[in-house]
Design a protein around this ligand. Structure first.
Ligand code: C2E
Ligand code: MG
Ligand code: MG
Length: 559
């Protein structure tokens, strides 16, 4: 590191300030889930015409020693205001800025008053400024600093604890002060080995438990980024995304960057999302501060719960996070991957979509955990959803999935199997057809003794022959029309339902014709939609009513 004479700094600092040699550099902060720029930190740089670029490490200590530090910090704030107003002029999104303060700032002057005056002068709101303070600052004189921070909070500033983990008494500091954001420097962890990972995960867990937001700085590698993302760290800052850059370059970077800037109106939305703890054994049921205060300690639960964060904008659905357990659950219900599920949900034609949709709307409406059973790809499962944030036309759902296959809950699955077979027994006939490929897939079950040849024929031929042999002449044409395979998909889509239902007269074993309820139900099997064709005997009353209606109102039975 270069050596600069203390005296050089002291005697040149104020003229350097005046000539604009000392200025703010900006390093963006990235929202982990979306990878958009959500704020920026201002870092002091001294570009000296004689000795070159000076890093803060060379002059901060000296300025502190000579009671000049507050001048630097206010000059940096002034710089921020100029950049802020330039961004405003250019119509760029106005994300917040962080400044670093020294403990000595508070000893020298009334810092809140000085900061407020600077902001007033430039017409910049206090909510646009975050204050970063290193934890070592607050080791002594707790009551004094608490008062100061309270007054900053009251004035609308957010306060970040900088360099968490670098000092000696971090836990005390956390207990004594209420910070908005915990800033963890990756460089304090000499490597990102198992121990470091465990420490980071625990810090994340703790921060969420006490309601603090999390930001990791000094993120340099993709590996670090991926790990931090997986443990639920909300924001990232470091060379992996961008180095600090001067004001002009930063404004240009904002306009050019592929990342894009988060809409500041969404700040509250993302703060709510950030509170979900990816590491919690039961994230949907995590206790709020109020519940903890009431002495409810039922929060220790077993097993990692499948968790996904799904964002819905209008009808479009996007997955922002899911853990391993969730992926496993999806595979159990027949999806190849998470992408597979999302594209299926976005395909509103999917047969089960309306059911899921209803569950989602109930979650949004009630804000409660909604738990419903579904059947997809022939597999029964329970889906849990909870709306965790809402705003700007978007909602964020936390979702979990319980499947009953394999080792998870064999007895529930066995019972389900047993009773669903009993349910099938209430039908007189069930077969499965695939109109896309023009085939009868199989005859599943039949009490009516229909000819075994149908599954061997092309579907359109089978329908005609079936109508000829099994359907009363009076109903034959209507039967053929409603079963017509090539138009089935479109007709079903137009109906807005997932099934057709009509009565037809079928030949029974005794040779007589009897009117029976008939359903053609669309189900999804992987990529294909197939249809279950079912025939069911009606009760005596329904039977009579159907006879009457089919004759007097044939227009009710056109599909
Ligand atoms: P800090 O607030 O923790 O700032 C983060 C430091 O890490 C910055 O160093 C930044 O350039 C550096 N950094 C960011 N990303 C990475 C990365 O991925 N890898 C590595 N190796 N480094 C990264 P910088 O700018 O030299 O500042 C050092 C410290 O000086 C700051 O630490 C802050 O405590 C203090 N400081 C900087 N500007 C000011 C200021 O205007 N006022 C006051 N009071 N202190 C300041
Ligand atoms: Mg900082
Ligand atoms: Mg730091």
């Amino acid at each position: 590191m270069q050596h600069i004479d203390e005296q050089y700094i002291v005697s040149n600092f104020e003229s350097a300030l005046e000539q604009g040699f000392v200025k703010a550099y900006y390093q963006p902060v990235i929202r982990t889930l979306t990878e958009r720029i959500c704020s920026v930190e201002a870092l002091a740089r001294w570009q000296d015409p004689v000795v070159g670029l000076l890093s803060p490490f060379l002059f901060i200590n000296v300025l502190e020693k000579y009671h000049l530090i507050h001048k630097l910090d206010l000059a940096i704030l002034d710089n921020i205001c100029v950049t802020y107003n330039k961004m405003k002029e250019l119509g760029l999104a106005l994300h917040p800025f962080s400044i670093n303060l020294s403990r000595l700032d508070f000893d020298e002057i009334d810092m809140l008053d000085a900061i407020s005056k600077t902001l007033e002068k430039h017409n910049v709101p206090s909510t646009a400024i975050h204050i970063e303070i290193t934890e070592s600052v607050m080791l002594d004189n707790t009551a004094y600093f608490r008062r100061i921070f309270d007054s900053f909070h009251d004035a609308g500033f957010a306060i970040f604890m900088d360099d968490f983990g670098s000092g000696y008494s971090s836990l005390n500091v956390l207990k004594d002060y209420s910070f908005d954001v915990l800033k963890i420097d990756m460089r304090f962890l000499s490597d990102i080995g198992i121990r470091s990972k465990k420490i980071l995960a625990s810090v994340m867990n703790m921060a969420k438990a006490i309601g603090m937001h999390t930001l990791a700085e000094g993120v340099e590698t993709k590996e670090q980024m991926t790990f931090l993302r997986n443990i639920g760290c909300e924001m990232l800052q470091g060379f992996y995304y961008a180095k600090p850059m001067d004001g002009d370059l930063y404004v240009k970077y904002l306009s050019d960057s592929k990342l894009g800037v988060e809409d500041p109106a969404e700040n509250h939305y993302w703060n709510s999302v950030g509170q979900i703890n990816f590491l919690s054994p039961d994230p949907l049921y995590d206790l709020t501060n109020e519940q903890l205060e009431s002495g409810d300690y039922g929060f220790i639960r077993e097993n990692s719960t499948p968790l996904a964060l799904i964002e819905q904008t209008g009808k479009h659905v996007e997955l922002l996070y899911c853990n391993e357990a969730y992926v496993k659950g999806l595979k159990r219900i027949g999806f190849n991957s998470v992408d597979d599920m999302i594209s299926t949900i976005n395909n509103t034609e999917a047969a089960y979509y309306p059911n899921m949709n209803e569950q989602v709307y109930t979650s949004i409406k009630t804000g409660q955990v909604i738990k419903e059973d579904h059947l997809i790809n022939g597999i029964y499962f329970t889906y849990l959803t909870k709306c965790i944030a809402e705003g700007n036309g978007k909602v964020m759902l936390a979702a979990s999935i319980q499947t009953y296959g394999g080792d998870v809950d064999k007895s529930t699955n066995d019972l389900f199997e047993k009773y669903s077979r009993m349910l099938i027994d209430t039908y007189d006939h069930i077969s499965v057809i695939d109109p896309t490929n023009n085939i009868v897939i199989t005859r599943l079950y039949s009490k009516l003794g229909f000819n075994d040849k149908y599954p061997e024929m092309p579907l359109d031929d089978a329908i005609k022959m079936f109508a000829e042999n099994e359907v009363a002449e009076y109903d034959r044409e209507r039967f053929i029309r409603s079963m017509e395979p090539s138009s089935l998909r479109d007709r079903m889509a137009r109906s807005g339902r997932r099934f057709f239902q009509q009565p037809f007269h079928y030949k029974t074993k005794s040779g007589e014709y009897e009117i029976m309820d008939t359903k053609l139900i669309k189900v999804l099997m992987g990529e294909n939609d197939v249809y279950i064709f079912s025939i069911e005997t009606m009760s005596e009353q329904a039977h009579k009513a159907a006879e009457l209606f089919v004759r007097e109102h044939p227009e009710y039975f056109q599909f």
